[in-house]
Write a protein of this length. Structure first.
Length: 273
């Protein structure tokens, strides 16, 4: 399987989870502001195949002009708008998100700068540039599904594994490695965004939007689990200990009587009236 096919399959797999996990309070704040100001222009950064478009477009009133921006043209080629949104225009652009994404946001005159599952990958400097860009044009901001560091196993009649916390800390530190923007904010991304945007005069909110996974989500669980094992080995160098934990938690997964909470936040910032 090619890397592009794997990424497309992963995005398709997680899309329903993302949509059902997103904080409903976001749209209760964003939709009225959208209608009040007559906004219409949206740029979606790191769009992938367009999941963010398919969630937001049916929930925003009035005409919409979307620009999807991603480094991968093959993923963008798979982007499809949602049904039932008649007054929607769609453009796609390919480029380096770290160096060109904000230039595109300025050039398109976006009323809303948005992304999904991106904020925890970026650096503090890049986030500060987002703040400056949005403040200059009074754009609203929505970063959804930002990983917040919570990995919690809930298993009936089973105590926490002695190494759950150690693995979580290793994974979270691995999340702070450079993802192409400089040292990543990782689990602290949402809090940093809230602080920076409020410091620039924005009204800002941070809502919880965790994934609640179980036996019905086995394909996602296994992919996540394998990624955590790899990350923990890279971060700690203690392969034997990591694989021993993996063997124990693999038995948990195989028994099929568990819940796995993967924490995320949805961040919304609206310009001052």
């Amino acid at each position: 399987m090619t890397k592009e096919r794997f990424e497309a399959d992963w995005l398709a797999m997680r899309e329903p989870l993302d949509h059902q996990s997103r904080a409903k309070a976001v749209m209760q704040l964003l939709a009225p502001a959208w209608a009040k100001h007559g906004w219409s222009n949206i740029i979606d950064l790191g769009s992938g195949t367009g999941s963010n478009l398919r969630y937001l477009a049916p929930r925003l009133p009035g005409p919409q002009q979307w620009t999807l921006f991603d480094h991968d043209h093959e993923l963008l080629a798979r982007a499809r708008p949602p049904e039932g949104v008649p007054d929607l225009r769609l453009a796609t652009l390919t480029g380096n998100l770290a160096s060109a994404g904000l230039e595109v946001a300025r050039a398109t005159g976006a009323h809303l700068v948005t992304a999904s599952a991106l904020l925890d990958l970026v650096s503090k400097d890049w986030l500060a540039a987002v703040v400056d860009t949005c403040r200059a044009t009074s754009a609203a901001v929505l970063f959804a599904l930002n990983y917040d560091g919570i990995l919690e196993w809930v298993v009936h009649d089973e105590s926490d594994d002695v190494d759950d916390g150690w693995i979580r800390r290793a994974v979270n530190e691995h999340q702070r490695r450079d993802k192409g923007f400089g040292r990543a904010l990782g689990p602290m991304a949402g809090l940093h965004a809230e602080m920076l945007f409020r410091g620039s005069g924005y009204r800002a909110w941070l809502f919880r939007s965790p994934w609640q996974l179980g036996p019905d989500d086995m394909a996602v669980v296994r992919l996540l689990f394998d990624g955590w094992v790899e990350a923990a080995i890279e971060q700690t160098g203690e392969e034997e200990r990591v694989r021993a934990w993996a063997a124990r938690r693999s038995r948990t997964i195989a028994r099929g009587q568990f819940r796995l909470i993967v924490g995320h936040t949805d961040f919304l910032a609206l310009p001052p009236d």
